[in-house]
Ligand binder design. Structure first.
Ligand code: MRU
Length: 328
């Protein structure tokens, strides 16, 4: 896999600018924690594990510049509110006093964990399967390999015949811009659909499984992910198709009891009223833009983590898997 969303070069953090994909692959260089926080806010880097790892390098940059680690931690932690990986990574770097080696370890652990998620998840797919995915939970959303797309990659590596349907993922179009591009790079069979087409294809029994990522998994298994995920879970349930969440254990937040307690980021109205910088809605119209929704645990067939495949009751399976982890 050649996509490198995050890299450390010449004492600086380089982030593949995901706002410009798939048109061009260019990097943004960050030399301070503030620059990393801005890159996270502005979606240069996005996806829960990726923003966690980027923030870890941001903490290392703060130490190298002699900036306040606490100030850097506050700025990075507040860059985006929903993905728990961000706060998790910042807290781990605070304990490591901003040591660069810790950020590098987190990078490696994320890639290794994704390969484990991939292997566990691939076992849930038959020799030949069509998988629906939403947003981008791929290499671009992590340090590499991906979570939901890691499962696809792993299944393909095992010789399974996997076709992917990617939802375009309005309004930010991570599916159309990023997932379609990333899978094409690997030569994986991908078909792009608009979000509104999903129900039609469920009805036609097109999908064997749904695999999505997660931004935060509450203690009871309720899962926040990109807006539109809940709709797919309801559809999967109505059509009795398995609905899987793939995420590293660092996405589990045992301190958040349920989905109602997960903060949902509201993003700019312009991301709804404009497409590619062109206005499509009338001036002055009221707009809402929650960037994430919560899928209740009862709609989730299994949660595929780097520590194994977890099933309901999630209170127990999540607690058992996440405990022994000193970070929570
Ligand atoms: O707003 P984004 O693009 O950061 O949202 C990303 C998602 O919702 C992903 O599905 C999630 O972070 C998991 S990525 C492995």
């Amino acid at each position: 896999m050649s996509v490198e969303p995050i890299r450390w070069r010449d004492d600086a953090l380089e982030l593949l600018d995901q706002r410009r994909l798939p048109r061009e692959a260019v990097y943004v260089t960050c030399r301070s924690a503030s620059e990393v926080a801005a890159a996270i806010r502005d979606m240069v880097v996005r996806g829960a594990p990726a923003i966690g790892v980027a923030a870890a390098f941001g903490m290392a940059l703060a130490v190298r510049r002699g900036d306040s680690l606490d100030a850097a931690a506050n700025e990075l932690r507040s860059a985006r509110p929903t993905a728990i990986n961000l706060a998790w990574a910042v807290d781990r770097m605070l304990r490591a006093r901003g040591n660069l080696a810790e950020a590098q370890a987190m990078f490696r652990e994320d890639v290794e964990g994704n390969h484990r998620i991939g292997r566990f998840g691939a076992e849930l797919l038959g020799r030949s399967a069509t998988v629906l995915t939403h947003c981008n939970a791929g290499a671009l959303a992590t340090a590499g390999y991906g979570t939901a797309l890691g499962v696809i990659r792993s299944a393909v590596e095992q010789g399974k015949e996997i076709a992917v349907f990617a939802d375009e993922t309005r309004p930010y179009l991570q599916g159309a811009r990023l997932t379609a591009w990333e899978l094409q790079q690997d030569g994986i069979d991908v078909t792009l659909i608009t979000d509104s087409m999903a129900g039609h294809f469920f009805q036609q029994r097109k999908f064997d499984a749904v695999f999505v990522g997660a931004d935060r998994i509450a203690a009871n298994g309720d899962t926040a992910n990109k807006i539109g995920t809940y709709t797919l879970a309801v559809l999967a349930n109505a059509h009795q198709i398995p609905f899987y969440v793939a995420a590293p254990i660092s996405t589990v937040d045992l301190a958040t009891p349920n989905g109602a307690a997960i903060p949902i980021e509201e993003r700019s109205a312009r991301e709804v009223t404009e497409i590619g910088g062109t206005r499509i809605a009338p001036e002055g119209v009221a707009v809402r833009h929650p960037a994430f929704d919560v899928t209740p645990a009862r709609l989730i067939t299994a949660i595929v983590t780097d520590r194994g495949v977890l099933r309901a009751p999630y209170e127990q399976s999540l607690r058992r898997s996440a405990s022994g982890d000193t970070d929570r």
